[in-house]
Design a protein around this ligand. Structure first.
Ligand code: F6R
Length: 234
């Protein structure tokens, strides 16, 4: 289902309604979460709903899509730091129930296998939040010759490095590798909510209406049975 809304704020409101309803309906939900600029408004609203309306996250479990390699959790560009400062520090979630791949793990392969096993142990993802990259990536599943199913280490593409290095002090500080959940765990999520600001309009249209191809990783979402897309027009 595609919902067109007027603005970034409306996109964030609509997504917050969906996630709040999920948490109320199933207090021990497993939420798949994303980082980046797009979900900041949503996370602010969830924090407010907790503060003002008592939305209860005490039993919620979360798994994030991805993490940069080599950045420690305290690094302000790590996705752990982002999640803590944007959301977890402002709600009553037990941080021991919040999971991201460990980008500092010395054995990447073992860490990836453990991350997939972790998601399976949690019973899979009830609701997965996604943003989308300019090149159609979801998580850090970059355009490729095949859909990478499992959690894996990925070399970020030039497009992603250019887009994300804006948040680093300089481009040379941006890690070139990340660990990302693969397509399998994303597609096994019982429900997916993709949010996109107006600058992503073209790639959202291509992903949802074009050919299903690993060159546009988000195109696989076309075959998910419960996909909600919220796209801001302005
Ligand atoms: C982040 C992630 C990425 C972002 C995408 C869009 O955890 O998985 O796929 O959702 O790069 O990023 P923004 O929202 O910064 O445009």
């Amino acid at each position: 289902m595609m919902t067109l809304v007027k603005s970034y704020d409306e996109m964030s409101d609509a997504a917050a309604d969906i996630f709040a309803a999920q948490v109320k309906g199933k207090p021990d939900s497993v939420l798949g979460l994303a980082t980046g600029t797009t979900p900041i408004g949503l996370y602010g609203r969830l924090a407010k709903l907790h503060r003002d309306a008592g939305l209860d996250f005490s039993a919620v479990r979360t798994v994030n899509l991805d993490e940069y390699c080599s950045l420690p959790a305290e690094h302000e560009n790590s996705y752990r730091y982002f999640m803590n400062t944007q959301l977890f520090d402002h709600i009553n979630i037990d941080k021991r129930n919040t999971f991201l791949p460990d980008g500092t793990a010395s054995d990447f392969e073992a860490e990836c296998r453990q991350y997939d096993a972790r998601i399976d142990q949690l019973g899979g993802i009830d609701m997965q939040l996604l943003g989308i990259g300019n090149n159609g990536h979801i998580g850090f599943n970059e355009p490729a010759g095949y859909f990478a199913n499992r959690t894996h280490r990925v070399r970020l593409t030039e497009s992603t490095i250019n887009a994300n290095s804006r948040l680093f002090e300089s481009v040379v500080e941006m890690p070139l590798y990340a660990l990302t959940m693969g397509i399998r765990q994303i597609m096994l999520a019982r429900e997916i909510v993709l949010i996109a600001a107006a600058d992503k309009r073209e790639i959202v249209t291509e992903a949802l209406e074009g050919e299903i191809t690993p060159q546009v990783p988000a195109s696989i979402l076309q075959v998910h049975p419960r996909l909600t897309v919220i796209l801001a027009e302005n």
